[in-house]
Design a protein around this ligand. Structure first.
Ligand code: ACO
Length: 429
């Protein structure tokens, strides 16, 4: 007999089914609550609401666990490539050698964007935010690849997924080139995914450019670490849009827009802004730490703390090691990075941060690494989008394949005026 939860509402008692996940997480299924009692549940900010069941990613914030399809992030970070991880997330299992070669070749063959898309870039203002360009151009893909309703698990959907994975780096690098007034660089399909992206970002037709293997390796790692994080704001948005049966390009565009916000993908940009402010002010690191501890000040150390990871963020742990390695191997000297190191060391020793389990999060190190890689600050969230794309695709696919899936349509508790009169315009005050 399956477990149920008993709910008492006034004189009424009802049983609600308990759903148990594969990692023994338990949830009360309230989907029948309104029909049985007239009540709905209210949970602002979805602090305690499971919006779906999903077999893609498992997170245990207390124990610092993150696994894609059961495989620990530490293992993938050490052994996998971004495209292999993308396959894992999307298809549900690691590819065989043949499957990986086939997938990689398919992605390779779709890296170019239609020449007419390139003309869109001419119309954007030079100072347009790269996330706005990314969202606009990805949205425009559905004007080039128009189809009637795409069935889940169809060849057409698979092709659209490949197109997105292949073209997003080209579109993102194009946005950067536009912002600095340099010509577009075409993809080089003999290069790996990450190498190709760095080449499109940093080479020019005028000079030879050899992609630094340390940068390629670091980028591969960063993209793997960002590839999925279960029901975060942008992924939930992708699932929400997919639930209306809008096409995949539209759903991914919505995900990009959700990611853009400073509460979500924009935090690593804020880390650099904070470090710039610290350098400009000339104030000591101690003074900033004191400000962050002062309850009368609204200031928080950007890049410290996490809503889900209350012990440590496993991605931050991996990135810290990568960050140290990158800075040492590239022999980078940057006063901002010196401030970051000093801040990290001071906060890790400070009892306020220790007691509250406030560790540097993934955004702290990714911000520093992107800065060291010469990625412009405004493009940091674009990098996040490149990494998160396989996760978005995997969730859209999972949603589409769910038997009996429904349009996502939350309810509300109405707090506006009760029945009101329509007053003719001349009588209104
Ligand atoms: N600096 C100083 N104090 C902090 C910080 C910080 N960065 N983060 C949390 N605290 C303090 C809080 O003031 C609170 O103190 P109190 O118990 O004395 O009242 C305590 O630590 C607990 O913090 P909460 O705010 O309750 O933690 P919550 O889970 O709500 O917030 C969050 C997590 C939003 C990430 C927060 O730590 C924060 O604002 N950090 C800075 C922004 C940041 O780096 N965001 C990126 C998150 S990672 C990601 O999105 C990929």
């Amino acid at each position: 007999m399956s477990e149920t939860a008993e709910l008492k509402l006034g004189d009424q008692k009802i049983d609600l089914p308990i759903i148990v996940g594969s990692e023994q997480e338990k949830a009360v299924d309230v989907s029948s609550l309104r029909a049985k009692t007239g009540f709905i549940t209210l949970d602002n900010g979805y602090m305690n609401t499971g919006a779906c069941t999903s077999a893609i990613t498992f997170i245990d914030g207390e124990r610092g666990i993150l696994r894609y399809r059961g495989i620990p992030i530490e293992v993938l970070a050490e052994k996998s490539t971004f495209l292999e991880t993308a396959y894992l997330l999307i298809e549900g299992k690691l590819p065989t050698q043949d499957q990986l070669e086939n997938f990689t070749n398919r992605v390779r063959r779709h890296t170019m964007i239609h020449e007419d898309i390139k003309r869109f870039y001419d119309g954007f203002p030079r100072d347009a935010h790269p996330m706005a360009i990314l969202a606009s151009v990805v949205s425009s893909l559905s004007t080039f690849y128009q189809h009637e309703e795409v069935r889940p698990d169809s060849e057409q959907l698979s092709l659209d997924m490949v197109r997105l994975l292949a073209k997003l780096p080209t579109i993102a690098a194009g946005a950067y080139k536009k912002s600095i007034g340099q010509p577009f660089v075409y993809p080089q399909n003999h290069m790996s995914y990450c190498e190709n992206f760095l080449h499109m970002m940093f080479s020019t037709p005028a000079e030879r450019y050899d992609v630094d293997p340390v940068m390629t390796e670091t980028l591969n790692l960063l993209l793997i670490l960002h590839a999925d994080h279960e029901q975060n704001c942008s992924t939930s948005t992708v699932r929400m849009v997919s639930s209306s049966k809008a096409n995949l390009f539209a759903a991914i565009t919505a995900g990009i827009c959700a990611l853009w916000g400073p509460r979500h993908g924009g935090a690593n940009e804020e880390v650099i802004d904070m470090l710039l402010e610290m350098r400009a002010s000339g104030d000591s690191v101690k003074k900033y730490i004191d400000r962050a501890k002062d309850k009368n000040s609204k200031f928080k150390l950007m890049g410290f703390g996490h809503r889900v990871y209350k012990n440590f963020d496993p991605r931050a742990k991996i990135l810290k090691a990568a960050c140290d390695k990158l800075l040492a191997r590239m022999k980078i000297s940057d006063p901002l990075l010196d401030i970051a190191k000093e801040l990290e060391e001071a906060a890790l020793k400070d009892s306020y941060f220790i007691e509250r389990k406030l560790y540097p999060n993934v955004d702290f190190y990714s911000g520093i690494i992107y800065k060291a890689m010469n990625i412009p600050t405004r493009a940091f969230t674009v990098m996040f989008a490149l990494g998160r794309l396989p996760g978005w695709i995997a969730h859209a696919k999972e949603y589409g394949e769910e038997v009996g899936n429904k349009i996502n349509r939350p309810r509300q508790v109405y707090t506006g005026p009760t029945l009101a009169e329509y007053i003719p315009i001349n009588n209104r005050v």
